[in-house]
Structure formats: C-alpha cells, structure tokens
Write a protein that binds this ligand. Structure first.
Ligand code: BTN
Length: 265
C-alpha cells in the first residue's frame, strides 16, 4: 500500500452513522467501473429506487461535462452517482445541479478553514483551481422527469505528482490544498447528508439562488464568457431561478447566459 492509500469506500462504512432517510440506503460499490454515471443510468432504467447510489474506487471511462474525460485513478478520490426521481417538470432539472453544487461546496467547506467557490454553473474551485465537478444526466418523458443521475467527482487525496500534466495548472485536490489526508468515507457520508438536506429544501421550498450565490466567487466582478461562437463581457450579477447567469453590460442591459465558460475579464 502506498502512502496515499485510504480505506475503501465500503457501503457499510459509509452507512455507519449516515443520517439520511432517502439517499444512500442502498449503495452499489465497485473497485473499478467504466463510469458510475453510466452504471447508475442502467440501474435507473431497470427501476432502481430514488436514493440508490453508485460508488467506485476508480473509473476507466469517467466522464465530465461536454464530453470531457474525468481523471479517475484508484483509491484517491470520490466518484459517486445518485439516482433521483424528482417530482418537477424537466424545465427545472438544472436546479438539481445547482442544488448539488451547494451541497458539494458545503461539504468541501467543512474540510477547510475557508470558503470554496462555485464557478458557474457547477464547478467547485479552491484557490482558483478545480477541485470537483458535477455531471447531471436526466431521462424525461413528455412533461415528466423519469429520473436524474447526479454524478459528482471530487479530488481528495491526489498528490500533484499523480495529476496529469495537462490539468495541473487548473486542477487541485483537498490534499494539495491542506497537506492533510482526507477520510474519504467521512467525506462521502457528509456529502450524502448535505445532498439530502439541500434536495429536501429544493422540493419543499423551490429553488432560491441565495445560497448558491453565497459561493459564487465572481459575483459583482467583470467577467468574460466564452460561448463557443462568441464572447460576452459584463458584470456577473448572479443567477436566476433557472440557473442562467445574469450578465450586465456597459449600458445596464442584463443578458441571461444559458451555457458558456466564465473567466474574470
Ligand atoms: C465536470 O466537471 O465536467 C463533471 C465531472 C463529473 C465527474 C463524475 S465522477 C462520478 C460520475 N461518473 C462519471 O463518469 N462522471 C461523474
């Protein structure tokens, strides 16, 4: 065992003292899998219940947003996918991702002595580098969401030397930031609890941007949004109830941005 080893993410270890009613009562565990999201999707199609979770020690085809790969070496990080069956119209599905970003930010914050940032729409940044990401995939039928697979990847005990050169300038891990090894089981348990609280709040009270915005590092700052075919520059005001980024231009006109990469201007 190398020094980065931390105990496996065994379901019964995570479930010990897990204070949830809906999420994580059933956990599917793999040492290696193609992608926890892909497996959770198959489970959901076969009728898995809301709250079932897939966790893996490593992924051979971990996937990120926009078809990017997600670096998933064994026993260092957390790769987790949750099956949700929210009773909300498909148009509100993006709120699940925003809710999860808050739950993840809260969990990361509880392992730090300072506040992490959310980079719109849902990356978690620490010291300006990406620590975790969220990939939400939904199956809908007409005006109904059949299920949502909420996939979260977080870099926990990854040392810099194991991080691929290509992402070293832009990615980090809790170990790299604090110099301390993280108890991955405790992290997973806290994240599941935080997700259950935030999910219940979303279901009962609807989405309110306030908590998300409290982690939004670029709020009030001049930003540049790369929208693929064009750039927009303006002041980031926050997000609306659908999770669109609100950008104010020089004339005071507010534009809603649905998708794009945001950087300080
Ligand atoms: C992103 O920021 O691009 C999203 C990354 C999401 C990665 C996680 S790891 C667990 C789950 N399984 C996957 O294949 N992807 C998500």
């Amino acid at each position: 065992m190398d020094e980065g080893f931390s105990p496996p993410l065994l379901p019964n270890e995570i479930q010990k003292g897990l204070e949830t009613l809906r999420l994580g009562r059933k956990i599917h565990y793999f040492q290696e899998i193609d992608s926890t999201n892909a497996y959770a999707w198959r489970l959901a199609q076969e009728g898995a219940e809301e709250g079932e979770i897939v966790v893996a020690e490593s992924q051979t085809r971990g996937r990120g947003r926009k078809g990017r790969p997600w670096f998933s070496p064994p026993y260092r990080n957390l790769y987790i996918s949750l099956i949700l069956r929210p009773r909300m119209p498909p148009i509100h599905a993006p709120q699940i991702t925003l809710m999860a970003a808050v739950a993840l930010a809260e969990t990361v914050e509880s392992f730090l002595s300072f506040t992490p940032e959310i980079k719109w729409p849902n990356d978690i940044l620490v010291s300006g580098k990406k620590l975790g990401g969220i990939l939400t995939e939904s199956s809908c039928e007409g005006e109904r969401i059949l299920f949502v697979v909420l996939g979260i990847g977080v870099n926990l005990n990854l040392p810099e030397e194991l991080m691929p050169e290509a992402i070293r300038h832009s990615a980090t891990s809790l170990f790299m930031v604090t110099g301390k090894k993280v108890d991955r089981v405790a992290f997973a348990r806290r994240l599941i609890q935080s997700l259950e609280r935030c999910y219940e709040d979303l279901e009962q009270n609807g989405f309110s941007p306030g908590r998300w915005e409290s982690y939004f590092g670029l709020r009030g700052k001049r930003v540049r949004v790369n929208m693929g075919d064009r750039y927009v520059v303006g002041k980031a005001l926050g997000i609306d109830a659908d999770g669109a980024l609100l950008l104010e231009d020089e004339e005071g006109t507010v534009e809603k941005i649905i998708s794009g990469d945001v950087l300080p201007a």
